[in-house]
Structures are given as structure tokens and as C-alpha cells.
Design a protein around this ligand. Structure first.
Ligand code: PRX
Length: 660
């Protein structure tokens, strides 16, 4: 991976630190007293013990915290960059999430309080969830789905979404959940890359009062997905749905007479659990691969540590969609392994009104809320009166994920939502890391707004200059992780070379996160953004290349470059620079291009701004200089090195009068 920031020899060695946040918020005495890790000394003792011998630490964690059909004989096999954890062991993630609780007499505990966007509800206990997963796993198995087969899941946030994931896990099929906002093209790409045999979807889902005809989108995708043999359709919205004879099957018919005690298959620790596609800086989306035991252990323990989870008291609500890694690790696998009771919500935060979240917190007496900075910024914009209508006193802990949280949004979250009494766990991690890597342990580590604070047990971060020397205190550099950990990705689906190139080649013997960070004088980490070109819209990574490719696939577009620009609500917005072939730069083509991107990728990737230009700034070798475009898009005078620019006149044109 060539990174424009990190590898530019003319750029200053140190990445500027422009943030100076000095406020510190320790947990209350009461919070610390009740926490399982309740002081800085306790954290340091666990952390120091964990890194003195990481393998030994993870070995004892795995023996204690997972169910083993057969115990493992070797903790780690590390053939850089390929790690295998807990070899020789046999376990099953769905067993750990379900059967383990039922066997221990906790079957009556509520797993999900589900609320549909229109207001319909369901309460599902661990015993009921186990039965439902069993029936669906049995149905999958009878349909011919076997261990190792890939299954795409494209569903709304209904209980059947986790059921489908857990049923795959129960029989060893590998799921690939595709976020319900993606287009037919994106689904087909993912089906084809994974060579999926089955797609699970629903007739429709609800979003902001509108019906999304999911099955219709899947039909379009299936016309271009030759590997897919069957499509299972859940009846959710009741909209008219065409079924293709021989290919499509209704969920309710398929599961009607299935046994509810279908056993979990004993799987090898390293059998793949899922693939999750995420955007990379170059080329098509990467299928990030996670496997069974290591991922399960990491999701479970990080959930328990970071959220100081108390199974008999807490009501946990993670507002993410299961289509993202946050939903995988902190709705499905982490919380269920830990026996948590959760709220699961189908719809939008502003439907039917902007107080929906606060209404749900009051209704279900949520104690822990885990959401994203982009949502927090929207809440701030919608106004405090929506919050003030509701009793949020059940909350004891707040969390944030997906991107950096601006200190002012942090303060609002802390005061308005947390009533000044709830610590905020700002959790830094990635699809690739499987679970949270850095975060305050809320009873132990005082928060600083905007900092993800300290590494979790077993995790050793390092920050390096582009020349691979260690940075000093408060100096920004590339964030790397020194040792393998159980939740780490095991590869990029079907592309070992890309796995190696992206994460392991640039910095020898370390995992390259792709983020920049600094560490302050108290050993607190501050994430400074991505090294590469990925645009983070509302906490979701979109690669410039995907957006550009979508634009260029329009007949009128010659060339396109996409960059992120600051956006108050979404974190980053998308600005694109487009060169047209045979069309005047006017409003009609601007609208057409937006529609085109929506169709090709999905609503998330629709540019906020389209600028027309007769040429793009490029290096002599023909590489588009996105750094310059970023400055222009955010209205800054460029301070970048332009010496490699091919044509200097292009800059003046771009800043000035070229807009259509
Ligand atoms: O740049 C970091 C940012 O999101 C990236 C990971 O994106 P994704 O794989 O989609 O996973 C999002 C959910 C874990 C990171 O490389 N990021 C995530 N959390 C934070 C963050 N940046 C700053 N602070 C965070 N807490």
C-alpha cells in the first residue's frame, strides 16, 4: 500500500498535533466501587500481567471463558502474517452465545427486547432464541448448506438477522452480512467475491417510515450472482414480493417443521466464522475474514471489560446495524456470549420523531448506550428539548465508536445524555481488529474528551514515524500493533497478497492499522485519522476508488476524484471532482450523477458536492493528487508540496471559476 501521507519524503516527519484538550473526567467513587476493574492500579496490574506473556494470558482467558467440546493443545501458531489461535480445540460460537446460558439455567433471561420502527415489539429469551436458531440451522442444513459454504445476509434489523448469523455459526457456514443500504451492484460484487451459495433476505424493512423493498434489490443482484442457488425470504413488511420457483423459499415455510434442538457442530478454532466486506484505499472492497474461537473470545472479553457488564442488572443498547462490525461484535457475538440483555431497534433515530432513542431508553430502562459520533452530532442539531422530554436516569455508562468524537460533542453527550454521571468509553477499533483495542475501562481510567485513552489487556500499540522510528510524546505517527491478538483478522478473503500488502508489509513484524495517532504525557492515545484515502462518512468507511469507479461508469463522465471534507453531522462529507465527456456542466447532470452513485453503491456514498473541472491535478506518473483536492474541497489554501504536479494551472482553475 502506498500511502500518500506516510511515504512522502518531503512532508514533515511529524504529523502536526492540532488538538489541545486538557479536561479530565474520572469516574465517580460509586461507579468505581461497583466496577469489576475499579482503579488505575487494578487496570495496570491486569495490563502489565497480560503483556508480560501475551500467549499465556490469552491461553488462560480462553480456557476460562469459552466452552470447549475438545480443549486446545496449542495457544498460538504465528507464521507471520498468518496467526492461528487455540489449535486442536473444538468449540462453537452459537453454543457459547446460546446453549451455554440455557444449560446454566439462564434460559429465561431476556436476550432481546426488539422494537420495530413502526412500534411493533418482541421479547425473546435465551431459551427462545436457542430454539429459533436451532430450527433455522436445521433448515439450512437440509437445504444443503454445509460447513465452509458462504451465505450472504441482507436484512433489516429484525431478530431474524442475528438468528440467521447464529444459525450459520451453528453449522459452520460462513456468513457475509451486507448492510441493508447497499445497492444491487454492491450485493452482486460481494456474492461473487465470496462465491455465496445462499442469500437470506426479507420482503422489506422499515426506514424513516418508508418501506425498503429488499427482496426486489436482491432479485436484481441475483441476476448477476451465478454462484447463488437459493434465496430465503423472511416475511417482515408484507409487501408484494415475487418469488422465483425453485430458487426462492419463504423463511416461515422452511422452518415450520424443523426440530428446535438441532445441535451446534463442534468446529475447529480456526474454522472461518464470517467475512465482512470493508472498503480499502485501492480496488474493490476487501472481505475481512474472522474465525471461530479467537474472535469469540475477544468479542466476549472486550465486551465485559469495556462495558463493565453486569448480566443481572444491565440493559445494553448498541445502536449499530448488524451489517457493520460493531453489530457483529457488540450486538451479536460479544453481548450474547456474555449473557447480556439487549435492546434491538429496527429503524431510524428520528422516526416518528427526533426523540425515538430517548423514548426507547426510558421505556426499556437502558443502562448502557453505545452509539456513534455522527448520531451524537445529529442529536445536538435536532435540539435538547427532545432529550429533556424523557427520563434517562437509568443510564450509567455511555459509549462511542466509529470515528473520533469531537470534544464538544463529547461534552454534550456527557452532560445532556449522561447527566454528568456516566463515564464515556470512546472505543477505538476496526473491522480488522474484531473487537475494541483501546478504550477507557470505565471504573478505572479517567476520560479525556476525544481520547480513546489506553490499550486493553494483551494489546501493545506502537506509534511510528514514516521512517519506522518511534515517535516521541505527543508526536503523531502511524499506529501499529506489536503482537498478534485472538480477535485479529485472519486474512482478506481470496487475496493473501492484499492482506500482506495492506497490513504487514510496510512495517515489519507489526500490524499496520492505517490510522495515525499520538500518545500524550499520561500514556493516553489520540487517534488522528486515516493514513490512506478512505472517507469516513457517518462512521462508515467508503473508499474513494469505489465512488470514483461508480461515477466513471456513467456515460458522460471522463474522470472523477473523490475526497473527504469536514462535515458537521457526518464527520466527513464527500466532495467529488468530475471531468465530463459530452455534457455541459449543469444542474441536470449533477442530479443524474447523484442518482447514479446511489444506484451503484448506495445512499451512503452520494456526494455532498460535485464540482466540474476540465482537468484533475495529477502527478507525472498520472496519480491524482487527492491531498490537494482535499484542501480545495474544505476551502483551505493548500500548504502541500506541489512539486510533483504535472500542470500547475490546474490548481488555480480548480479553486476559481470552473464550477458549473
Ligand atoms: O479510523 C478509525 C475509525 O474507524 C476506522 C475503522 O473503521 P471500521 O472498520 O469501519 O470500523 C468502525 C467500527 C469499529 C478506524 O481505523 N475509528 C473507529 N473508532 C474510532 C475511530 N477513530 C477515532 N476514534 C475512535 N473511537
Amino acid at each position: 500500500m502506498t500511502s500518500e501521507h506516510g511515504s512522502d519524503s518531503k512532508a514533515p516527519k511529524q504529523i502536526a498535533n492540532v488538538m489541545n484538550e486538557t479536561r479530565v473526567f474520572p469516574p465517580s467513587g460509586e461507579f468505581s466501587r461497583n466496577a469489576s476493574i475499579g482503579s488505575m492500579q487494578a487496570y495496570e496490574s491486569i495490563y502489565n500481567h497480560s503483556i508480560a506473556d501475551t500467549e499465556k494470558f490469552w491461553e488462560s482467558q480462553a480456557r476460562e471463558h469459552l466452552h470447549w467440546f475438545e480443549p486446545f493443545t496449542k495457544t498460538l501458531d504465528w507464521q507471520e502474517p498468518f496467526a492461528q489461535w487455540f489449535l486442536g480445540g473444538k468449540t462453537n460460537v452459537s453454543y457459547n452465545c446460546l446453549d451455554a446460558h440455557v444449560q446454566a439455567g439462564r434460559g429465561d433471561r431476556v436476550a432481546f427486547h426488539w422494537e420495530g420502527e413502526p412500534g411493533d415489539t418482541r421479547t425473546i429469551t435465551y431459551a427462545e432464541l436457542t430454539k429459533e436458531v436451532s430450527r433455522f440451522a436445521s433448515a439450512l442444513s437440509k437445504l444443503g448448506i454445509q460447513k465452509g459454504d458462504r451465505v450472504s445476509i441482507y436484512m433489516p434489523m429484525v431478530p431474524e438477522l442475528p438468528v440467521a448469523m447464529l444459525a450459520c455459526a451453528r453449522i459452520g457456514a460462513i456468513h457475509s452480512v451486507i448492510f441493508g443500504g447497499f445497492s444491487a451492484e454492491a450485493i452482486a460484487d460481494r456474492n461473487n467475491d465470496a462465491q455465496a451459495k445462499l442469500v437470506i433476505t426479507a420482503d422489506g424493512g422499515w426506514r424513516r417510515g418508508k418501506l425498503l423493498a429488499l427482496k426486489q434489490t436482491v432479485d436484481e443482484a441475483l441476476a448477476k450472482s451465478p454462484s447463488v442457488e437459493h434465496c430465503i425470504v423472511l416475511r417482515r413488511a408484507g409487501n408484494e414480493t415475487k418469488m422465483h420457483a425453485g430458487r426462492d423459499l419463504w423463511w416461515h415455510e422452511l422452518t415450520a417443521n424443523q426440530p428446535d434442538d438441532f445441535p451446534a457442530v463442534a468446529l475447529d478454532s480456526e474454522d472461518p466464522l464470517f467475512i465482512l466486506y470493508t472498503s480499502g484505499s485501492t480496488g474493490k472492497p476487501k472481505g475481512i475474514k474472522h474465525t471461530t474461537a479467537g474472535y469469540n473470545l475477544y468479542a466476549k472479553r472486550t465486551f465485559e471489560w469495556v462495558f463493565d457488564h453486569k448480566p443481572d442488572q444491565d440493559i445494553f443498547w448498541c445502536t449499530a446495524d448488524c451489517g457493520w462490525i460493531t453489530g457483529h461484535s457488540y450486538i451479536v457475538y460479544g453481548p450474547l456470549s456474555a449473557g447480556a440483555t439487549q435492546v434491538l431497534y429496527e429503524g431510524a433515530p428520528n422516526w416518528p420523531a427526533e426523540d425515538r432513542f430517548w423514548e426507547l431508553i426510558e421505556k426499556y430502562k437502558v443502562t448502557i448506550l453505545y452509539t456513534a459520533p455522527t448520531a451524537i452530532r445529529a442529536f445536538i442539531k435536532w435540539g435538547d428539548h427532545h432529550v429533556e422530554k424523557h427520563d434517562l436516569s437509568s443510564l450509567r455508562l455511555l459509549g462511542s465508536v466509529g470515528e473520533g468524537i469531537n470534544p464538544e460533542a463529547w461534552m454534550w453527550y456527557y452532560n445532556k445524555i449522561g447527566g454528568g454521571r456516566c463515564p464515556i468509553v470512546d472505543t477505538w477499533w476496526q473491522t480488522e481488529t474484531g473487537g475494541i483495542m483501546m478504550s477507557p475501562l470505565p471504573g478505572a481510567i479517567a476520560c479525556k474528551p476525544g481520547s480513546c485513552t489506553k490499550p486493553l489487556p494483551g494489546i501493545i500499540p506502537r506509534v511510528l514515524h514514516a521512517d519506522l522510528t518511534d515517535v516521541g510524546t505527543n508526536e503523531g505517527g502511524m499506529l501499529c500493533i506489536e503482537k498478534p491478538w485472538p480477535g485479529m483478522l485472519r486474512g482478506v478473503w481470496g487475496d493473501d497478497e492484499r492482506f500482506n500488502e495492506t497490513y504487514w508489509k510496510r512495517v515489519p513484524h507489526m500490524y499496520l492499522t492505517g490510522d495515525n495517532a499520538r500518545c500524550d504525557e499520561d500514556g493516553y492515545y489520540w487517534i488522528m485519522g486515516r493514513i490512506d484515502d478512505v472517507i469516513n462518512v457517518s462512521g462508515h468507511r467508503l473508499s474513494t476508488i469505489e465512488i470514483e469507479s461508480a461515477l466513471v461508469s456513467h456515460p458522460s463522465v471522463a474522470e472523477a476524484a473523490a475526497v473527504g471534507r469536514p462535515d458537521e453531522i457526518k464527520g466527513q462529507g464527500i466532495a467529488v471532482f468530475v471531468t465530463l465527456k459530452n455534457h455541459a456542466p449543469d444542474e441536470s447532470i449533477r442530479d443524474e450523477l447523484k442518482k447514479h452513485v446511489r444506484k451503484e453503491i448506495g445512499a451512503l456514498a452520494v456526494p455532498d458536492e460535485i464540482r466540474f473541472t476540465t482537468m484533475l491535478p495529477k502527478t507525472r506518473s498520472g496519480k491524482i493528487m487527492r491531498r490537494l483536492l482535499r484542501d480545495i474541497a474544505s476551502g483551505k489554501q493548500s500548504v502541500q508540496d506541489t512539486s510533483t504536479l504535472e500542470d500547475f494551472s490546474v490548481l488555480a482553475k480548480l479553486r476559481g471559476d470552473e464550477e458549473g
